[in-house]
Design a protein around this ligand. Structure first.
Ligand code: SAJ
Length: 419
């Protein structure tokens, strides 16, 4: 089988490597010439454990060829970005370009697989018409399948092989054709379905998580108002065998949970009040954190250090990061804000300067480095306050005031009345 992967990013490159590693002839195509040049010289351009070694092997044995011109193949796998437009709907321009590139090369019996995350009905509403307008009957002449990726960065090489795989064909014949392709290396279960079900399943996985996080964040707000520790409530409630309240925090970041639910709400606005509210709750958490800083310090904070720029712990990805949004809110209020993050090059410098004379340190990302904070940094602060929005700090220090999302009620006026 000759496989062409289109888009050599976080998903396309490891996928191409995996097919080649399992004996398929693979060409990897990307429109970015620098990416192709780097790969042809043997260097991968993304960070992912185990990928460089596996890539080098398949490059050396000739099974994977990075190319800047797409070629004919039996299978075309599209793994290009799907950014969102201004109104948060799914921007399919890279997908449409990829399909346009594939069409002149198509032969009878070929399979086209879409891995990119898309709004419901994109496969049948956008791609299928493009193929049919070019004279190909989907399910007869060529096969069209949506197989969403579901891997976690940092564990891609093992999750690609072991995770279950959703195979959503436009027709049952297409589904079978898709499963034949992935069976070459996937050890997980093949979940056979249609394209639209596959699209919405992928979106709902991330929406499920987003909505459950919103519930936890709402619990923080109502507990602060009622004078109850939200973190204690979560601990108690989660002892129930069928309850799993998620972890509250400063908001939801990354390019999946903070983006995918909008692909659903913009596709069916009238039917999705809950998902819209979820997004509203999670995307306003950074403002809530900034408001809490005002309440805790009685509007006296002049300088604040934010610990973490990345959207989650122990990664260097700052896309949609709540930490940076907290920084913006505080800056708009005239606070001097320093962001320190040892994982992100741009923010990795000079913690001494960031802490010196600060009125508060806010832990916004659960990096391991922030579980303890050096004494000299804490004592250099004007007011030794740590506001831990991730509940990870394990340190102790004389005179330290430690605040979590569970103890905000100690600072709100109404709860003081309750006390
Ligand atoms: N977060 C919370 N509370 C929680 C869990 C997470 O506030 O209880 C926050 C994190 O701090 C972060 C955001 O949510 O800001 C997202 O983090 P995450 O680890 O939940 O998810 P991602 O975006 O890194 O990866 C997700 C995964 N999806 C699911 O677990 C359902 C991954 O499997 C998908 O492949 C990926 O989205 C994707 O590409 O769609």
């Amino acid at each position: 089988m000759k496989i062409a992967t289109i888009g050599l990013g976080y998903i396309g490159l490891p996928t191409a490597v995996m097919f080649a590693k399992h004996g398929q002839e693979v060409i990897g195509f990307d429109t970015n010439k620098d990416v192709i040049a780097s790969l042809q010289s043997g260097r991968i351009h993304i960070e992912e454990p185990g990928l460089q070694e596996a890539f080098q092997d398949v490059l050396d044995n000739g099974l994977l060829r990075p190319v800047s011109r797409l070629e004919a193949a039996n299978v075309f796998i599209i793994a290009v970005p799907t950014p969102h437009t201004e109104d948060h709907s799914c921007d399919t321009r890279y997908i449409r370009q990829a399909v346009k590139d594939v069409i002149p090369l198509l032969e009878l019996g070929n399979t086209i697989i879409l891995e990119s995350t898309v709004a419901p009905k994109t496969t049948t509403g956008v791609i299928q018409p493009m193929l049919e307008e070019s004279g190909f009957t989907v399910g007869v002449d060529v096969h069209l399948v949506h197989c969403p990726e579901r891997v976690l960065p940092g564990q891609i090489m093992t999750e690609l092989v072991n995770n279950n795989r959703i195979i959503g064909g436009v027709t049952p014949e297409c589904t079978v054709a898709g499963s034949v392709v992935y069976r070459t290396f996937v050890k997980g279960e093949m979940l056979l379905t249609d394209a639209s079900t596959a699209e919405l399943s992928k979106l709902m996985e991330n929406t499920f998580r987003d909505t459950n996080i919103a519930l936890a964040n709402e619990l923080v707000k109502l507990s602060a108002e009622l004078g109850i520790n939200a973190l204690d409530v979560i601990e108690m409630a989660n002892k129930h065998p069928r309850v799993n309240i998620h972890t509250p925090g400063p908001g939801v970041g990354g390019h999946c949970l903070a983006v995918d639910p909008y692909f659903i709400t913009t596709a069916a606005p009238e039917q999705t009040p809950l998902i819209q509210t979820t997004r509203e709750i999670n995307s306003t958490m950074p403002k809530y954190i900034a408001d809490s800083v005002d309440v805790i310090t009685n509007n006296t904070a002049k300088k604040v250090v934010i610990l973490g720029a990345a959207y989650k712990g122990n990664v260097d990805d700052i896309r949609e990061s709540p930490a940076l949004k907290i920084a913006e809110h505080l800056q708009q209020r005239g606070v001097e804000v320093h962001v320190y993050d040892p994982h992100v090059t741009h923010y990795a410098m000079n913690p001494e300067n960031a802490f010196a004379d600060a009125d508060m340190a806010i832990i916004a990302t659960e990096h391991d480095e922030f579980k303890q904070l050096p004494s000299n940094l804490l004592t250099s602060m004007a007011s030794m306050r740590v506001f831990d929005t991730k509940n990870i700090f394990e340190g102790q220090h004389d005179g330290l005031s430690y605040i979590t999302l569970g103890t905000l009620h100690l600072y709100t006026s109404r709860s003081r009345l309750h006390a």
